[in-house]
Design a binder for this molecule. Structure first.
Ligand code: CMP
Length: 152
């Protein structure tokens, strides 16, 4: 079943010139990029995105960090896209993330952990709607879609 998930490349990744390497991971996996936006996230938007963590000790640092510089919001589509992106990102704390995952290979801490991805299909729908208008999302076919009846 094809799904859409919400992924962010965080400000630490942009300041470290890791954007291309991060996007390459999702592309190579076979996911399809259907939405993309570079912006400095307004504080109010970051607070809404991370509202579930408002009582956590790291909340203020998290919101300050996420609004400290440009980040890239993306929507990736494909079978099991939500779980695929979470697995590829690795554990939240980069120090505990397995080698081969994005955080395991490119991150060092929980606070500067390179990427974010939705933790469920419901969260994905909510986060996509928070960051994108419908007109900013694109449906298109890849050359390999439909090949031998296999839909990517
Ligand atoms: P993210 O996937 O964006 O979701 C919540 C974020 O809070 C998480 O990645 C981390 O960047 C940040 N964070 C910082 N410290 C912690 C922590 N101890 N546990 C969970 N998340 C943390």
């Amino acid at each position: 079943m094809s799904e859409r998930t919400f992924v962010m490349i965080k400000p630490d990744a942009l300041s470290r010139r890791l954007v291309g390497r991060v996007i390459e991971r999702y592309e190579s996996k076979g996911l399809k990029l259907v939405g993309m936006k570079l912006q400095i996230v307004p504080r109010e938007l970051a607070e809404r995105q991370y509202a579930e963590h408002w009582d956590k000790p790291f909340y203020n640092d998290l919101v300050s960090f996420m609004t400290s510089g440009p980040s890239i919001a993306m929507v990736w589509e494909g079978p099991n896209a939500v779980e695929a992106a979470r697995t590829m990102n690795g554990a939240t704390d980069s120090a505990e993330a397995e080698p081969g995952t994005i955080r395991g290979d490119l991150g060092l801490t929980a606070h500067r952990n390179v990427v974010h991805a939705s933790d469920s299909l419901d969260t994905a729908k909510w986060e996509i709607n928070l960051y994108f208008d419908e007109a900013e999302l694109f449906s298109y076919a890849m050359p390999d879609e439909g090949w031998l009846g296999v839909k990517v």
